[in-house]
Design a protein around this ligand. Sequence first.
Ligand SMILES: Nc1ncnc2c1ncn2[C@@H]1O[C@H](COP(=O)(O)OP(=O)(O)OP(=O)(O)O)[C@@H](O)[C@H]1O
Length: 393
Amino acid sequence: MSELDVMDAPESAGRSASGEKLLTVKDLSVDFPTDDGVVHAVRNVTFTLAPGEVLGVVGESGSGKSVSSMAIMGLLPKTANVTGSIKFKDRELVGLNYKQMMPVRGNNISMIFQDPMTSLNPVYTVGWQLAEAYKAHHDVSKKAAWAKAVDSLELVGIPQPDRRAAQYPHEFSGGMRQRVMIAMAIINDPDVIVADEPTTALDVTVQAQILDTLLRIRDETNAGIIVITHDLGVVAGMVDRVQVMYGGTVVEQGTVDEVFETQRMPYTVGLLGSIPNPSLLGKRLTPIKGAPPSLMNLPEGCAFSPRCPLAIDECRETEPELLETDRHGHFSRCHRSAHLATIVDPQKLFATDEIGVVENPASLLVADPDMPIVEDVDVVEARMQEEEENPPS
Ligand SMILES: Nc1ncnc2c1ncn2[C@@H]1O[C@H](COP(=O)(O)OP(=O)(O)OP(=O)(O)O)[C@@H](O)[C@H]1O
């Protein structure tokens, strides 16, 4: 087993036959010095992104997903201490100042933010804002920039784009506003798109349309896309590779099928079992007991060890490296990875006594950590049959 190195990182499932890499991130760490101590927000993150590839970054709140993407965009506050390397093609981005990053942002790498209402200016029309974003990188007339704005609205599936371009953000629905954000992100034809929780604020059917739009853009432009999300449903449906983050670092990485079907890190087992999603319908959901670590006071050894049912002394003493598992291209940061591979039903590791029933299966489509735990489907069926045979008087 080898330590994950960008040179032998898993061959991406992207569409680059040449093995070309758009992004090469190696040992990226971000610290924030604060009055109370140093926050180790991101620690030793290493990965690559190929043209046409969709990489999913998942993990619970505070695991370092957004800070690592803001580091890629060069949008961290000046107080952040960034180490390691972020290369766009051959160009090193770590160390560039805000101004030096300006041509890279938008032109090479662009970002779709979570909340369109805070990213769009309410006092300018959508078309004007798109045209300005285009003009920032191209020396063109106002008319040509406006035409480009209308084209990009059309590309993201906004009907009557010439009429809509003249409207203000508040005249758009939530899903349409998120499409405008995608149009903004793609107007300069970037090679890499970073989408931070692109569908969190949207209802389920609109979520699907937005994800579909992103995939269509990928097909048309061959951009590499990083999707940051806490919603495993998003990851399952659209990404090629997935990176699971915990305590500021990557704890498991591989293709979606590998990571969803044969986890090699107990945190991923817990994550998959504790977040409701349609594929878990009828199965028992099991929360991970305990709380995520403070990034200011990380535990000795593995950050997950205080909550891990498989932890042994070694886990509490030494932080594991991200190593290739028994499966090629599948990496995990876990001393117990080989042991986990021998467990037939890993979900039972997190078993709990609390049992409830999800009354409304549709609600499972929305990740909600407060959802009750689902009872086994045969237990529910047996009880329903019993109630049918002996109706309550
Ligand atoms: N400017 C800052 N100063 C100090 N700490 C910060 C700063 N920005 C982020 N952090 C801390 O870095 C850690 C990682 O934050 P990050 O936003 O990357 O988490 P996340 O996984 O994206 O969570 P969420 O899904 O809630 O956005 C958090 O503990 C956060 O409080």
